[in-house]
Unconditional design. Structure first.
Length: 113
C-alpha cells in the first residue's frame, strides 16, 4: 500500500511484463500508475495523484476524497442494545465508544488480534 496526499494506492507485480502496476483506491474515477522499479512506482503514483487533482481543478470540480470519515454499520437490534449499554456504562456516546474500541484494536500488534 502506498500513500500520498491522503490517497492510497494498491500495488501488484506483473511477473510476465516485469512491471509494478497500481490503482488509487476509493475513487469513482480510475487512476492508475506503473513502474519498473520501486522508485519509478513511487514517482508514478505521486504523478498520477497530482494529475488527478489537476484534472479536477481544470474541470472546476472538487476532487473526490478517498474516505469521508463516515460509514454505516448494520447490526442486529440486540447487538445495538448491548453496544449502547457498554457505551453508557463508560460515560461515552455510542460513536465515541465504538471509535475508542476500534482505535484500541488497531493499536494491538497484528498477531494479538
Amino acid at each position: 500500500m502506498m500513500e500520498y496526499k491522503s490517497y492510497c494506492g494498491h500495488v501488484a507485480f506483473d511477473d510476465e511484463r516485469g512491471v509494478f502496476h497500481g490503482e488509487v483506491l476509493g475513487l469513482r474515477d480510475v487512476v492508475t500508475f506503473q513502474g519498473k522499479s520501486v522508485a519509478d512506482l513511487r514517482k508514478a503514483f505521486r504523478e498520477s495523484v497530482d494529475d488527478y487533482l489537476e484534472f479536477c481543478r481544470d474541470r472546476g470540480e472538487d476532487p473526490e476524497k478517498p474516505v469521508s470519515g463516515r460509514f454505516v454499520l448494520r447490526v442486529s437490534p440486540e447487538l445495538h442494545r448491548q453496544l449502547l449499554l457498554h457505551a453508557k456504562r463508560s460515560g461515552k456516546s455510542l460513536n465515541a465508544w465504538i471509535v475508542s474500541q476500534l482505535e484500541n484494536d488497531l493499536a494491538q500488534p497484528t498477531g494479538a488480534r
